[in-house]
Design a protein around this ligand. Structure first.
Ligand SMILES: Cc1cc2nc3c(=O)[nH]c(=O)nc-3n(C[C@H](O)[C@H](O)[C@H](O)COP(=O)(O)O)c2cc1C
Length: 227
């Protein structure tokens, strides 16, 4: 590493947003339908231009109950249906422990080539073991083995340790289907706030926020927020 290289001048980094507009009329009255539309746009953009690498990647924020600090990490959204956002991972990981104690979480999707962001707040519950089984069964075998091998978020001595654990898991399931480990599964977040952000010229961005009035009937208050 060149120690003399100076830090990049971030003040000079500036993009003017001109890709589109969002009005209350365009947003409609169903944030789940609008989310699906924006996700479709992101997938289409990936297919056409290739610059939205993982359209379903999102930042998931939780609160660590021991330290009271928020923390965030990227996860993949694997399902958006029945008004829920579903993602998967290790129940014994840090995020798993966080969600066991404090069900409140936030999701953030950022599709920079489309100059769009979606922010979501809601409460999280584990999905049923049967639902987790169904998704686990369609994962690539390597990922299934990895779920057995990795005690996600634990401190380990070396990369070798995890490679050995992976080899042990491969041997254990040689010639057999890999079952879902009990410590691996899905969570579903039910949102009560969803905000859509579309970048605008001269920082006059559009922000439309949906706040749930009642979760069952799907009625939402719709507000425009100052950028
Ligand atoms: C693009 C991307 C996708 C990821 N998808 C997942 C995922 O779906 N599930 C998961 O557990 N970790 C995923 N990770 C890893 C997490 O960011 C994180 O390292 C891991 O879940 C451990 O987080 P924790 O210690 O806070 O529990 C992904 C990372 C990246 C960069």
């Amino acid at each position: 590493m060149n120690e003399k290289a100076s830090a990049p001048d971030l003040r000079a980094e500036r993009v003017n947003y001109t890709k589109g507009q969002l009005t209350k009329t365009l947003a409609g009255n169903d944030p789940h339908a609008l989310f699906d539309e924006w996700m479709r746009d992101a997938i289409e953009r990936r297919d056409r231009e290739g610059d939205v690498l993982e359209p379903n990647a999102m930042v998931v924020s939780t609160i660590n109950p021991e330290t009271d600090w928020p923390d965030s990490r990227v996860l993949l959204l694997k399902e958006h249906k029945n008004k829920k956002f579903v993602f998967f991972g290790n129940y014994e990981s840090q995020k798993g422990h966080d969600l066991d104690v404090n069900r409140k979480a936030a999701l953030n999707f950022t599709w920079l080539p489309l100059q769009r962001q979606v922010r979501i707040q809601g409460k999280v519950r584990r999905i049923s073991p049967e639902e987790s089984d169904a998704y686990f069964a369609v994962r690539p075998r390597g990922s299934q083995i990895g779920a057995w091998a990795s005690s996600q978020s634990d401190v380990i001595d070396s990369r070798e340790d995890i490679q050995l654990a992976n080899e042990r898991a491969e041997k254990r399931f040689e010639g057999k289907d890999v079952p879902r480990p009990p410590h691996w599964g899905g969570w579903a977040l039910t949102p009560h706030v969803i905000e859509f952000w579309q970048g605008g010229a001269s920082r006059l961005h559009d922000r439309i926020r949906f706040t749930a009035l009642d979760s069952e009937e799907g009625r939402w208050q719709v507000d425009r927020l100052a950028p």
